[in-house]
Design a protein around this ligand. Structure first.
Ligand SMILES: [Zn+2]
Length: 313
């Protein structure tokens, strides 16, 4: 990376989407492997050691406090309507976010990358695409009506990759969007703010502290949902776009690197502790600072007090 720093700098400059980001770019350390791996033929080779067409089997390891570079992003769709968030749903984990799109709407690559999977799964994702990106993330786009890229194709951020649809286990056209690291799902809302059509920051840091607490919380939520009755599940299904899946046993949520306490059907409240900021609370609950402000009627300059109860969903 150091010998390529001039090149990396060019790439960073080219990808800077607006002036507000230039300040951060001047401060960036080019020897940070998370910045840009220019090699799109072998994206994120610093993390992944294999290239298969199996969604979950990704070998490699994530360095501690890994910084995912979100600059150079493109929102996969201009739609701002979220039909269903990431998190426990119908007694199991919904591993992505559902965004309303119509059949035929253009779906775009979220970052530069290389198409790892381009398949059809009739009982699940329908026509779907998985792209591996130099920042270490993989993005998945499901229920497409058409795939317009091929496996192993290099794509650029914003390039059309498919058309919105309703294929697979889906009731009503929508985009099922996932963000994964080493085959494990991370809540896309931690990085992509569809309502504001922006990323949540220039970087998202995966750290162990976040993942440990989050896995425990996610497990608790799943248990609670499992005790709910079938009637409620049917009602939830009717309100969402994806069909109630047959009950399955999965331990996928036991070992995800950064699963977060998720939005539930009922509101979640949080009591402010010393050192908390709206930003840290938003990250913890997979939402955004804007959303927290809206939910709690907070002004931009509002100061959090210890013990103050904040609604998080
Ligand atoms: Zn979905």
């Amino acid at each position: 990376m150091t010998s390529a720093s001039g090149f990396a700098q060019d790439i960073i400059a080219r990808q800077a989407p607006s002036d507000k980001r230039l300040k951060d770019i001047r401060n960036v350390k080019l020897n940070n492997t998370a910045v840009i791996s220019a090699d799109l033929n072998n994206p994120a080779a610093n993390i992944y050691t294999d290239w298969t067409d199996n969604l979950r089997s990704c070998s490699g390891s994530v360095p501690a406090n890994y910084k995912i570079d979100l600059r150079g992003f493109c929102m996969p769709t201009p739609s701002r309507k979220i039909n269903s968030p990431f998190g426990p749903r119908w007694g199991r984990q919904h591993e992505g976010m559902d965004i309303k799109v119509y059949i035929g709407d253009t779906i775009r690559a979220a970052f530069d990358g290389k198409v790892r999977i381009c398949k059809y799964n009739g009982g699940g994702y329908g026509y779907y695409i998985v792209i591996r990106h130099p920042n270490g993330l993989e993005t998945l786009y499901g229920h497409l009506s058409k795939q317009i890229v091929k496996k192993d194709q290099i794509v650029r951020a914003g390039e059309p990759i498919g058309l919105g649809g309703n294929t697979g286990r889906s009731n009503g056209s929508h985009l099922h969007f996932e963000t994964r690291m080493l085959g494990k799902p991370i809540n896309p809302a931690l990085m992509f703010d569809f309502v504001n059509q922006d990323v949540t920051g220039d970087y998202f840091v995966l750290n162990e502290g976040v993942s440990k607490g989050a896995v425990a919380a996610a497990t608790r939520s799943t248990k609670r949902i499992k005790t709910e009755n079938a009637q409620k599940e049917t009602a939830m299904a009717a309100a969402s776009n994806e069909k109630v899946p047959a009950p399955t046993t999965t331990n996928a949520n036991q070992n995800s690197p950064a699963q977060q306490p998720q939005k539930q059907e009922e509101p979640i409240s949080y009591s402010v502790k010393a050192g908390d900021t709206l930003y840290s609370i938003a990250r913890k609950y997979g939402t955004t600072v804007d959303q927290l402000r809206k939910l709690n009627g907070l002004k931009n300059n509002a100061v959090l007090k210890r013990g103050q109860v904040i609604r998080c969903s």
